[in-house]
Design a protein around this ligand. Structure first.
Ligand SMILES: CC(C)(COP(=O)(O)OP(=O)(O)OC[C@H]1O[C@@H](n2cnc3c(N)ncnc32)[C@H](O)[C@@H]1OP(=O)(O)O)[C@@H](O)C(=O)NCCC(=O)NCCS
Length: 154
């Protein structure tokens, strides 16, 4: 099940952020951190979502919604390791994209580490295509690719 996060979920979000992105296999830029979560939940043009399994929060995603823009920008997505490969991220996209369309967005754009084939497969399966290669985007020698999907035809 997917739902919008609120400020009450701040502790849970921070814990999950640390568990998923705190390890050495992830870059320091992947972590959102408490301040940023709080800002996204309260002040920013952003939405934070939670994925739940049997009543437990097992994943989150954050997107940025710049005022006046019809392009939604992905910020972070994470599913706890013990809940992966069960289709939760796929389910999240199916749920969230309907919401983004209702909110008036016609494209969604995610920046992905070039060395994260799992995430790229997910986006690609959901219909996102690589539109840009971004050398040194995340850090020196940590390249990115931009993956974009047109949410509505026309
Ligand atoms: C990338 C990430 C969000 C994907 O989440 P997920 O919930 O595991 O994704 P899904 O389960 O929808 O899909 C993952 C795989 O499981 C498979 N799958 C989906 N449902 C399945 C099911 N019921 N049974 C078996 N496999 C299934 C999918 O086909 C997919 O296979 P593939 O990787 O070979 O293409 C997750 O791996 C993650 O949090 N990674 C660490 C953080 C990260 O890298 N985030 C991206 C930053 S840009």
């Amino acid at each position: 099940m997917c739902r919008l996060a609120t400020l009450d979920d701040l502790d849970t979000l921070c814990e999950l952020d640390e568990v998923v992105f705190g390890g050495p296999e992830h870059s320091h830029v992947d972590r959102t951190g408490r301040r940023q979560f709080r800002y996204q939940l309260t002040k920013a043009h952003a939405e934070v979502y939670l994925a739940e399994l049997d009543g437990d929060v097992v994943g989150f995603a954050t997107v940025l919604m710049r005022e006046g823009s019809t392009v939604l920008r992905g910020y972070s997505i994470a599913i706890a390791s013990n809940a992966r490969n069960m289709g939760l991220a796929t389910e999240f996209f199916a749920w969230a994209e309907r919401r983004w369309i209702e909110l008036g967005f016609d494209r969604a754009s995610f920046e992905v580490h070039a060395n994260n084939p799992g995430a790229q497969r997910l986006y690609s399966r959901m219909g996102y295509v690589i539109t840009e290669q971004m050398p040194d985007y995340f850090d020196p020698e940590d390249d990115g690719v931009r993956m974009v999907k047109r949410l509505v035809s026309g």
